[in-house]
Ligand binder design. Structure first.
Ligand SMILES: [Zn+2]
Length: 568
């Protein structure tokens, strides 16, 4: 259990993690095996489980802490060394962990755990043991090293624009400039970075794909797709469901997305919407927060409290206790995420504020993750604290919609424009999201393909799901290179569809919140409290949402969106 948890949280500076030494952890596992053997009744077996869970929470906290510290300064040699140690030891720890999971799963007394913890945890362990065998240990280390190489390469981008030097996250405000030629220039700078680094990015991905395929074969899968799904702990749906869902996005969403692009083109008064025009909802500047990072933080607690006082209270606690790092700076890794320290029971939000509306978006989104994590901290198994990702992203994306009525706090009189654009952006995101997913299915089904074939695969995806896209003189992107900007493709294979499945659910919360706000919030909070105690479709049903796979959920969302956006 999370032994060091306090009801009002813990300060980041007080969090102490311990670098696990392999010998000591191996000894602990020998004792766990012996304890399980010796246990004579259900209570003693559950006690052995609790010791194991506490050990896993300690290791998990160290791992989260190590990754966070590296992301905060990717140029720090000590932090890099600690990440290398983590990459090296993680597969060895996975071996000890899956060995013990195998013992529990094969035990005649597994029902004792099922009664105490619920049946779902055993299914999660079955997925875990299917993804690991000792012979892939060194491949796993190599895989982590390659993922870190990608992070370093992207974080190291030093781009000259308007007499300044920025990284890729720092380029974002330039990509949204109201001046069309300025946006175009910023995309040219981005395109040039990928032109210069494309060969290395191809090399990293090529090795990752082959490595992942080799591991899948060693574990008895036909290809990495099967292994990738197991790694994501997908228990109650399969690749055929996902394929049907992508087809529905092509059928139901691509047409309305094309209409949105057309409306943006007309609003901008231009002949053709180019890639650099897509982010602009109209000719005015995109809505931007009316203050700096500090001001956004100050506004944040009040706005989140309007969704629910506990959510605002959690944010206030996290800021007071140093559990957020929000500003973009040199050598900081890109992106935004919520991580957590499970033996302390506190979440942590990492972001890269850059002055755009993305700052508010990422803050609210990550606070959805943080709230679920905080609500779930006393659940009895580490496996339940973070649900599978398509569920976890419901928590974050739904928070965006439940907080939407309170956006005046950040955008003042521009709040309605923000809400409008946020909804449009969601509809534009769905085709892109399934393109990223479909691309990876093509890649891993043909692992012998080379870089040129992969770029051609991405072009096919753009033609199917993003038919309006025009790259003009962005030569590298025009040749099918944009996928390399998406970290998930390198670091979290098959994760991406989860954002779109979750968005299909979050948009249902949005539609409901327009009619019955309080009931939507109540269902949302109940869903967060359940954490990861059940599989995706079970949780979706319990929150009074339709399954994204039922064939009509997207259709109904589109209907509501058409009316909200006044699109015929
Ligand atoms: Zn998220």
């Amino acid at each position: 259990m999370n032994a060091k948890a306090a009801p009002d949280g813990v300060a980041f500076d007080d969090i102490q993690v311990e670098r696990p030494q392999l010998d000591a952890v191996a000894t602990a596992y020998r004792e766990l095996h012996a304890g399980w053997e010796k246990a004579s009744d259900a209570a003693e077996r559950v006690a052995v489980f609790r010791d194991w869970d506490a050990l896993r929470r300690r290791v998990s906290s160290w791992s989260a802490y190590t990754r966070l510290r590296f992301d905060q300064d990717t140029s720090d040699a000590d932090r890099k060394a600690e990440i290398d140690y983590l990459d090296d030891i993680a597969p060895k720890l996975a071996r000890l962990e899956t060995d013990f999971q195998r013992t529990l799963l094969a035990s005649a007394h597994r029902s004792d755990l099922e009664r105490a913890l619920g049946a779902h945890v055993l299914k999660l362990w079955e997925a875990d043991v299917a993804t690991f065998a000792q012979e892939i240990e060194s491949d796993l280390t190599r895989e982590s090293n390659l993922e870190t190489t990608y992070t370093e390469l992207i974080a190291g981008a030093n781009l000259a624009i308007d007499g300044e030097h920025v990284n890729l996250a720092g380029l974002e405000p330039y990509l949204q400039k109201p001046d069309r030629e300025a946006r175009h220039q910023a995309q040219l700078v981005r395109d040039a970075f990928f032109t210069a680094n494309g060969a290395e990015l191809d090399r990293i991905y090529d090795e990752l794909v082959r490595l992942r395929h080799t591991m899948a074969r060693a574990l008895g899968f036909d290809d990495f797709i099967g292994l990738g799904y197991k790694r994501m702990h997908r228990i109650d749906y399969d690749r055929a469901d996902v394929e049907r869902y992508r087809d529905q996005v092509a059928r139901d969403i691509v047409p309305i997305a094309a209409q949105i692009i057309e409306r943006r083109r007309a609003a901008l008064g231009i002949d053709q919407a180019m890639f650099w025009d897509e982010p602009m909802a109209d000719a005015g500047a995109n809505p931007a927060p009316q203050g700096d990072a500090e001001w956004i933080v100050a506004q944040g607690a009040a706005a989140l409290s309007k969704v629910h006082p506990e959510i605002g209270g959690l944010f206030r606690m996290m800021v007071d206790r140093g559990l957020v790092d929000l500003r973009n700076r040199e050598h900081k890794a890109g992106g935004g995420y919520c991580t957590s320290f499970p033996d302390y029971g506190v979440p942590y939000v990492f972001a890269n504020f850059n002055g755009t509306h993305g700052d508010v978006h990422v803050l609210v989104h990550e606070m959805g993750h943080a709230f679920q994590d905080w609500q779930s901290r006393y659940l009895p198994a580490l496996d339940y604290l973070t649900p599978t990702m398509e569920t976890a992203e419901i928590h974050s994306m739904s928070m965006e919609y439940l907080a939407a009525p309170h956006m005046e706090a950040f955008f003042g009189s521009d709040a309605e424009r923000y809400r409008h654009q946020h909804l449009e952006d969601a509809l534009l995101f769905l085709p892109y999201g399934v393109a990223v997913d479909h691309f990876q299915h093509l890649v891993y089904a043909a692992p012998e393909s080379g870089p040129a074939e992969r770029h051609a695969m991405w072009q096919r995806m753009e033609a199917r799901y993003l038919p309006w896209r025009r790259y003009g003189d962005l030569a590298y992107f025009a040749r099918g290179g944009l996928w390399q900007a998406k970290p998930h493709i390198y670091q979290a294979p098959f994760y991406y569809i989860d954002y779109t499945l979750a968005l299909c659910c979050a948009l249902q919360f949005w539609a409901r919140s327009r009619r019955e706000y309080q009931r939507a919030v109540d269902d949302y909070i109940a869903l967060c409290r359940r954490g990861g105690q059940a599989a995706f479709l079970d949780l979706v049903r319990s929150a009074n949402l339709a399954s994204p796979f039922d064939g009509t959920a997207l259709e109904r969302v589109v209907e509501e969106a058409r009316s909200a956006l006044s699109l015929a």
